[in-house]
Design a protein. Structure first.
Length: 339
């Protein structure tokens, strides 16, 4: 079956075609980074309108790349939540209308489920069950994954997400938008031990996270440095912040492996592309005989491929996500354990 995936939860419009027999055939992503850069963050109304403009051209593109026609599509999977309400509706409305016109199933997909399952698209995928660390600008969670649609929450952030801590620190340092990748690049030239920043909940004895205190500590240090801070001091603060986040994420992920007795860790979400995090997790997991799996770099950020794949898995396993209210209602707030 050929499954079309549509992702429109925030500021990337992603479409992809996944064939249950042949794998991923084509995918394309349009990023709205340039559109929102002047505002220092995502403007929901602009994001929604841009999704509407981009979906049809992207659909034509992936069909051409895959050598497929509209009539070949056997199902349409789309992100139903969580995310920005207007952005979600842009994708959901198009997906449901197309599915109705083609007389094929429309499959609502949880955005985080897409991220969580995306490493399964790799040449050497993990096997169920495994522990998953979902880490992005809006979410930081640890899950035990027994199969598609079978998730148990092990721990989550009590306040800010790790990606948010990256982005807010980058903004303090004047690195622009999006901040996470820019901060990681600057951190390469800094001393990670220059500033003794806190590691919140590092020894809490549970698998929860907290990054609000770290964000406050970085703000305090930035104010001490003043507006005319030199480039090396900025790089040192970037490196120290990254090290604090990586230390917490690594310690909690390894603790989750120990608590569950599992030997496979999946890391997904935008922050999974961070090289310092990957190095720390690989080293820590290797020391305890565990293995870490990541999405392909092109699939770390929001994309249609992960939605098409998650939708295909649900169709194959005959597992249906609980549909948000309405014919094609969306759910801006939607816990992964509720699917």
């Amino acid at each position: 079956m050929l499954v079309l995936g549509i992702e429109s939860s925030c500021d990337e419009t992603g479409l992809a075609l996944y064939d249950t027999a042949r794998g991923l055939l084509a995918h394309a992503v349009h990023s709205q980074t340039d559109l929102h850069e002047a505002y220092g963050g995502v403007v929901p109304e602009l994001a929604s309108r841009d999704h509407i403009r981009r979906i049809v051209p992207l659909l034509r593109g992936v069909l051409a790349e895959a050598g497929a026609a509209m009539k070949d599509i056997g199902a349409v999977a789309y992100t139903a939540g969580p995310g920005l309400a207007g952005a979600l509706l842009a994708g959901a409305g198009f997906a449901e209308a197309l599915a109705l016109a083609l007389k094929v199933p429309a499959v609502p997909v949880h955005h985080l489920e897409g991220h969580l399952l995306s490493p399964l698209l790799s040449a050497a995928p993990p096997r169920f069950p495994f522990v998953a660390l979902l880490v992005s600008g809006g979410h930081t969670q640890l899950m035990r994954v027994s199969g598609a649609g079978h998730y148990a929450l092990l721990g989550e952030t009590l306040d800010d997400a790790a990606g948010e801590a990256f982005d807010k620190t980058a903004k303090l340092l004047g690195l622009g938008y999006p901040g996470g990748p820019a901060l990681a690049r600057m951190a390469e030239f800094g001393d990670a031990t220059a500033y003794p920043l806190p590691r919140p909940l590092l020894r809490s004895g549970d698998l929860n996270f907290s990054f609000a205190g770290l964000k406050t500590a970085v703000l305090t240090q930035a104010r001490k440095l003043g507006p005319n801070v030199c480039e090396q001091a900025r790089a040192d603060l970037a490196a120290s912040t990254q090290a604090a986040i990586v230390d917490v994420l690594t310690a909690k992920a390894l603790a989750a492996l120990k608590a569950t007795g599992l030997k496979q860790l999946v890391v997904a979400g935008g922050v999974s592309a961070n090289q310092a995090l990957r190095a720390a997790l690989d080293a820590g997991a290797g020391a305890i005989g565990a293995e870490v799996f990541y999405p392909e770099m092109a699939l770390c950020t929001d994309n249609g491929a992960m939605i098409a794949f998650a939708g295909a898995q649900r169709l194959t396993a005959a597992v249906t996500a609980r549909q948000p209210a309405g014919r094609f209602g969306v759910k801006p707030r939607w816990a992964l354990t509720e699917v």
